[in-house]
Ligand binder design. Structure first.
Ligand code: GDP
Ligand code: IMO
Ligand code: MG
Length: 422
């Protein structure tokens, strides 16, 4: 068998968690491959609303195994809180959540370093979620990280040794008084380590490959979005992992030949949270209307998300990088109220029009738009694609023709049952 990969094609928050939850019945194993608690994946069904940060979004379906892969960075405090919140709702994950021994840990000092680094940047800050992502991945590639497997033997000693240079950085480089904050944090962090220990810690690369060989089906769940990829996003305003399909290979130990379908999730418009270029951003009341209708406030930090029209230049770039085989369009209902919808098909800079995604997005870059008629009716109660208004069908067909990739699912609301298979 081959593993399918589901990932975001924009700047994150496309609705990946919701789609993974909807598709999980088709799979045996759901595996997160990168990112950490900077992610916030929202699932809604019955009377439950849950935001998942570290735990894969297949967790609410029976008889499925969820895996946190080696490419993920884990904050034990956030992990413990997630487990507790799920237990309170009656979901016990002790039997069906496996964690890679090779996943790296976010240490309390990583959070302090993330904060100090962002504060020192002033206006040029990344707009990080302040979850310690950058410092944790920096230690991983700098070969100074601590992994989940390390908690099994002589851990306190390893921890003390690894945090020594973080403390030096905090006091000598950033001139921070960190002791009090660290003490409070460390206590909770070690409690989180105990919770981690109570789960099955595995060589997930071996497990997943064995499962595929036995004919089991696997869905790899991405976090963030392609335009936040460390290599191909709008650097330096990116996250610190490979969010693209290749990240599923390194983040789970999947050989490229074992990748099956690549499901690319995008919103019918665009949002971005944090700093960095956003060609179709609407800083006017249209942007406010989209934010209100889409409840565009961060699932992890609560920050208002920047909103704008759909950008096909960026979407095509993402499709190319990931080898997307199917498109999934989310939040169509958010555009219900607009009479005319704009879709960006090219960029213009200094009088030159281009359809390629540039190395740097200049301040004077202007999106070139095509106007499409809105459907101007409520989609939220539609359960069958045959009932889609004609102008929504036209909108979808336009995207398919421009990208050459079929849209196979369209979503018309946050709930599980508001997901329409096309
Ligand atoms: P993720 O990080 O990609 O999983 O996405 P988030 O959960 O951060 O953000 C998506 C938000 O949109 C969540 O609040 C979802 O409940 C909500 N959502 C998902 N699909 C739809 C949809 O089709 N319509 C509307 N109105 N909301 C949606
Ligand atoms: P999900 O999985 C949206 C953004 C941050 C910031 C940049 C770097 O829910 O789609 P980091 O904390 O990684 O150092 O922040 O990336 N960012 C996200 N934006 N959704 C996410 O995850 C994000 N994870 C990080 O806002 O601009
Ligand atoms: Mg999110």
């Amino acid at each position: 068998m081959k593993a399918d990969v589901l990932l975001g094609l924009q700047w994150g928050d496309e609705g990946k968690g919701k789609v993974v939850d909807v598709l999980t019945p088709e799979y045996d194993i759901i595996a997160r491959f990168q990112g950490g608690p900077n992610a916030g994946h929202t699932l809604e069904f019955s009377n439950i609303k849950q935001v998942l940060h570290t735990i894969p979004s297949g967790i609410f379906r029976k008889n499925k195994i969820n895996v946190i892969g080696n490419g993920v960075v884990i904050d034990p405090i956030i992990f413990k809180k997630e487990i507790e919140s799920l237990r309170e709702k009656g979901f016990d994950l002790s039997g069906n959540l496996y964690i890679s021994k090779k996943a790296h840990l976010i240490l309390p000092t990583h959070l302090l370093l993330d904060k100090a680094s962002e504060e020192s940047k002033g206006k040029t800050k990344i707009g990080s979620t302040l979850k310690g992502i950058g410092p944790a991945y920096r230690d991983k590639t700098g070969r100074e990280g601590l992994r989940v497997g390390d908690i099994l033997t002589g851990f306190v000693e390893k921890y003390r040794c690894r945090t020594e240079n973080h403390k030096n950085l905090l006091s000598s480089y950033y001139h921070r008084e960190y002791r009090e904050a660290l003490e409070i944090h460390e206590k909770e962090w070690f409690e989180g380590i105990d919770v981690l220990k109570s789960f099955r810690l595995i060589d997930s690369e071996v497990f997943i490959n064995q499962m595929l060989d036995e004919g089991k089906t696997v869905l790899a769940e991405g976090a963030q979005g392609t335009l936040l990829d460390i290599d191909f996003g709008s650097y330096p305003f990116v996250t610190s992992s490979n969010t693209i399909c290749a990240g599923a290979c390194t983040g789970l130990g999947l050989p490229p030949g074992k990748i099956g379908k690549v499901l690319g999730v995008f919103k019918a418009y665009c949002t971005r949270v944090g700093s960095g270029p956003f060609p179709t951003e609407l800083k006017d009341e249209t942007g406010d209307l989209i934010r209100d209708a889409g409840r565009e406030f961060g699932s992890t930090t609560g920050r208002p998300r920047r909103c704008g029209w759909l950008d096909l230049v960026a979407l095509k770039f993402s499709i190319m990088l990931n080898g997307v085989t199917e498109l999934i369009m989310m939040k169509a209902d958010v555009l219900d109220r607009f009479e005319t919808l704009k879709v960006c098909v090219a960029y213009e800079t200094g009088g030159v029009v281009s359809e390629t995604f540039p190395f740097e997005i200049e301040d004077d870059l202007k999106p070139v738009y095509v106007d499409l008629p809105g459907w101007h009716t409520s989609l939220t109660d539609i359960r069958n694609s045959g009932d889609f208004p004609g102008n929504l069908k036209k909108y979808i067909r336009f995207i398919e023709e421009e990208t050459g990739i079929p849209v196979t699912i369209a979503s018309v609301g946050p709930n599980r049952n508001q997901t329409i298979i096309l």
